[in-house]
Design a protein around this ligand. Structure first.
Ligand SMILES: O=C(O)CCC(=O)c1ccccc1C(=O)O
Ligand SMILES: [Mg+2]
Length: 341
């Protein structure tokens, strides 16, 4: 496998490509416009890693996802502090009558994250969806909403005024920019709307992921392993932010999910369910059994991709070529210093 080892530990491109499998898995429910999820799985001396940046991401951003995959396949993850990690159900921007069916896929989850501010939908659609989730979970359930930056400060204030009637744990990325998040926190406090603000895109897509904390623009941070470049780097971001953290995923297969679980397991404090249950939104997976929640939790540990499942979900030849080229352009952007502990 390591025929051309680099002196500093960065695997050679040929080695990455030799251990590469590309899969294409339909989603059960359309999510952030994605109907088929493509992923490249890497096999290295430490095990399996996942490289699955969304298709529109360009190499500078996608190369961080490659660092995370290389850490998983060639490096080591930090020591776990727990054996299981609590996860939330993730509810896409579906009609209210589909809510019970979606929630049923997340066995034992008592926290749900609900997508809101979907393009083409209204605040009333969000209210109806959140009401259906509250109905299904009962008064003890926890509900958070995720707007993916879809609201202005004023829209967020109005929407959260209405949605807060259902009891919200927090609102994830209600507005797009760090400045807006900061202004929204002030506006919510002035209006007596008691909703915490969590930053997601402002962490994972930012040049400077710590800025959100410096500007006091969020009460919590959402951290994802792949866009931050690996478990160690994500852990360092959380430490630098000094805010409560929630680990989430990116519609990964169970291989990518296991890296998120490793991060959640390594955090000094974990007071929130993590967005690591989304394998349940995929029609298939590359690990048997899949890393899906049972009793509201996931087990901590490595997973193995299954040869027959890689075969079952193998992407068509033109897509395999596209992904191999993508790995190559991203690999070219990584310097040896960026690699593995
Ligand atoms: O956090 C969760 O519950 C699941 C993951 C999730 O919502 C997500 C998945 C893919 C891309 C973006 C997001 C997001 O948090 O915005
Ligand atoms: Mg989010």
């Amino acid at each position: 496998m390591t025929s051309h080892p680099s002196p500093t530990g960065m695997p050679a491109l040929d080695d990455l490509l030799a251990g590469l499998h590309v899969v294409s898995i339909p989603m059960r429910v359309r999510f952030r416009g994605v109907e088929v999820r493509e992923a490249a799985l890497l096999h290295g001396p430490s095990g399996w890693g996942e490289f699955s940046p969304f298709l529109e991401y360009q190499p500078p951003e996608a190369s961080r996802w490659l660092s995370a995959a290389i850490e998983a396949a060639y490096g080591a993850w930090p020591a776990p502090r727990r054996t299981h990690v609590p996860v939330n159900a993730t509810v896409p921007a579906v009609a209210p009558d589909r809510v019970p069916g979606v929630l049923a896929r997340f066995d034992g989850a008592t926290t749900a994250k609900v997508k809101v501010a979907e393009r083409g939908q209204s605040v009333q659609d969000d209210v109806d969806r959140v009401a259906a989730v509250r109905d299904a979970l009962g008064p003890a359930g926890r509900i958070r909403v995720d707007a993916n930056g879809g609201w202005s400060v004023q829209q967020a204030t109005e929407a959260l005024r209405r949605l807060s009637a259902y009891g919200l744990e927090y609102a994830e990325q209600p507005c797009a920019s760090v400045e807006e998040l900061r202004d929204l926190r002030v506006a919510l406090a002035r209006s007596g709307i008691d909703v915490l603000v969590a930053a997601d895109e402002s962490i994972r897509k930012a040049e400077d992921p710590i800025r959100v904390a410096r500007l006091e623009a969020a009460d919590l941070v959402v951290v994802k392993v792949a866009p931050l470049g690996g478990v160690h780097r994500a852990l360092a971001v959380v430490e630098a932010c000094r805010l409560p953290a929630v680990v989430s995923s990116a519609l990964d297969t169970s291989v990518g999910m296991s890296a998120g679980v490793a991060l959640a397991a390594a955090l000094p404090d974990l007071d929130h369910a993590c967005g690591l249950g989304t394998v349940a939104l995929l029609e298939g997976d590359v690990v048997d059994p899949p890393l899906e929640p049972r009793g509201g939790v996931l087990p901590v540990g490595r997973v193995q991709a299954d040869e027959s499942l890689l075969e079952r979900w193998a992407a068509p030849a033109d897509r395999v070529r596209w992904w191999r080229e993508r790995v190559s352009s991203c690999h070219a952007l990584l310097d040896d210093a960026t690699v593995i502990p």
